[in-house]
Ligand binder design. Structure first.
Ligand SMILES: *Cc1c(COP(=O)(O)O)cnc(C)c1O
Length: 224
């Protein structure tokens, strides 16, 4: 049975308040699933593997905006920088420096989000709030003219407890306000809060998400 991408896409979109953008997470799904969403007007897609996004970018319509949402190794940065619209999961100064270097070579400005680690799982990537403050206090990012930090990204714990999930989104939203006031008060482009996935995006949008990353609820289960 063909997963009903169109129906599911509209079901997700209907649940998003105005001003919240949908990043359709298409990793591990074939190009015709992406095209089914594209034909309904979806233009923003997210992928988490360099080779997969490279192939999809090459073969799919050029007005698709691609976000890289996975853990990015520094040696892969050069391959995605020429076309990527946003790198959502920056979790080290080293990675930020490499994006700056490659974006300068490509003569582009690449938008990024800092990935926050709030969830309890030890396996998740990301910066703790303190790591994040340190990176921003150090100030090197202010000299970078080819990366633009546009906000924060985070993943809530993968648990059933909705209170816990809500509390993690709230912590992220509060931390966004702290960072905005302290480092980006006069930067209009620092405005993105990327949180919410298939199982928790309704909670995320009630905690000030501006961008949800939804895969399974649109495209069905992934076959790895
Ligand atoms: C895979 C992935 C998603 C989408 O997850 P679903 O549960 O399928 O909606 C969102 N964000 C990140 C970082 C992911 O890796």
């Amino acid at each position: 049975m063909m997963w009903d991408v169109k129906t599911n896409l509209h079901r997700v979109l209907r649940q998003l308040p105005e001003g919240v953008r949908l990043v359709a997470i298409s990793k591990y799904h074939p190009a015709d699933y992406i095209m089914a969403a594209y034909e309904e007007g979806q233009r923003l897609f997210g992928e988490s593997h360099e080779q997969e996004i490279r192939e999809k970018h090459a073969s799919l319509p050029k007005d698709i905006e691609w976000h890289f949402i996975g853990h990015l190794q520094t040696n892969k940065v050069k391959y995605i920088v020429p076309y990527i619209s946003m790198i959502e999961a920056v979790d080290s100064l080293k990675l930020l420096r490499e994006i700056e270097k490659q974006a300068a070579k490509a003569d582009r400005v690449v938008k990024v989000l800092l990935e926050l680690h709030i969830a309890e799982e030890a396996t998740k990537y990301g910066l703790t709030m303190d790591d994040c403050r340190q990176l921003l206090d150090a100030g090197e990012w202010r000299q970078m003219t080819h990366v633009r930090i546009c906000g924060l990204m985070m993943m809530a714990s993968n648990v059933d407890d909705e209170q816990q999930i809500a509390s993690e989104f709230q912590q992220a939203a509060d931390f966004f306000d702290e960072v905005k006031a302290k480092y980006f008060a006069h930067d209009e482009q620092f405005c993105e809060r990327s949180w919410g996935m298939s199982d928790d995006f309704p909670i995320a949008v009630s905690h000030r998400s501006t961008m949800v990353r939804v895969g399974t609820a649109i495209f069905g289960p992934r076959v790895y």
